[in-house]
Design a protein around this ligand. Structure first.
Ligand code: AKG
Ligand code: FE2
Length: 308
């Protein structure tokens, strides 16, 4: 029988903003459910995640205003290849090298402690960005705790390996994306975001109500990961697939334009790519030697060098 990609919705209310609210039994159950989803589909939706709606709305709005600025202004904040931080113009990134450049515009925020590199315009972009980053770190901490339980590690093991999120020695990156409303002039084979899997451990993905995100099902068919109001999409990256010795899977995904074309509108999404601290040695968590140990920093550098 063909395995269907049915992206499960997981109730995350066991973890609250102030810490753990659920009982030990409830945490175990959630951890199991999470690892079951992320070990098969590789994607799930989180509901009752405690993420601030106000901060989410604010960052979507500020991002939209930033992307509307003239190119000459945005160019001042262009991506620096040494850090990955900054603005990337349309077709500036090609996630699937077999296709033309992606029809998207991006702003990467690599370590928000370096606030001098954040745009001064629009006026509230910087603050909104920092607050959103902090909110993402909080939720990430809870997700990592739940995954530690599910993978039968010490409860704080994964969180400790990510203690430098938001600082210089971590590749963890917040990215805001804008997919302009496309004229019919797509190049042959061109899409909004080419097929790829993420590089890090986990990814949090916030999308507006337009749609276009698709994930690869086991039978080779790309299926929609539709916007579900009030939820955040969570998926696994290559580093955690390798580190978990394939217990969790990094599913390929992409963004296609059909929904945007039909609705004649642009699309926005925000992604938080989580990476362990650079010096963390990723030895297979199940004690096997399925993959050679490698530091997170070295692994990520290799992946970036292959992309750019
Ligand atoms: O915009 C989206 O929904 C997905 C973007 C994405 O997969 C990425 O930037 O890695
Ligand atoms: Fe992605």
């Amino acid at each position: 029988m063909v395995e269907q990609l049915d992206v499960p919705i997981i109730d995350f209310s066991v973890y609250s903003e102030t810490g753990v609210v659920g009982s030990e039994g409830e945490r175990q159950l959630l951890a199991k459910e999470l690892c079951q989803a992320l070990g098969t589909v590789g994607f799930c939706y989180l509901k009752n995640h405690g993420f601030s709606t106000a901060k989410e709305q604010s960052f979507f709005k500020e991002s939209s205003e930033f992307f509307q600025l003239p190119k000459e202004v945005k160019r001042k904040y262009a991506r620096q290849s040494t850090t990955n931080h900054g603005w990337v113009h349309i077709e500036g990134e090609t996630l699937n090298p077999d296709r033309p450049g992606d029809l998207k515009e991006v702003f990467n925020i690599c370590h928000h402690s370096v606030t001098k590199d954040l745009p001064e315009e629009p006026p509230n972009f910087k603050t909104s960005c920092e607050q959103f980053f902090d909110e993402c770190m909080k939720l990430t901490g809870s997700v990592l705790d739940a995954l530690s339980i599910g993978l039968k590690l010490k409860v704080k093991f994964l969180k400790k390996c990510h203690s430098s999120m938001g600082k210089k020695n971590s590749f963890t990156t917040l990215r805001t994306l804008f997919y302009p409303c496309q004229a019919p002039a797509f190049k042959a084979g061109q899409i909004c975001c080419g097929e790829h899997s993420d590089y890090g451990t986990i990814t949090l993905l916030f999308q507006d109500d337009v749609g276009g995100l698709q994930a690869l099902r086991k039978d080779g068919v790309y299926v929609d990961v539709k916007p579900v109001p009030g939820t955040i999409v969570l998926n696994i990256g290559d580093a955690l697939q390798r580190w978990s010795a394939d217990q969790l899977v990094a599913t390929k995904h992409r963004v296609v334009p059909e929904s945007q074309i039909q609705k004649q509108t642009s699309r926005q999404s925000i992604v938080f790519f989580v990476h362990p601290d650079d010096d963390v040695m990723m030895e297979c968590l199940d004690g096997s030697r399925k993959y050679e140990p490698i530091t997170s920093g070295e692994y990520t550098r290799q992946r970036f060098n292959a992309t750019y």
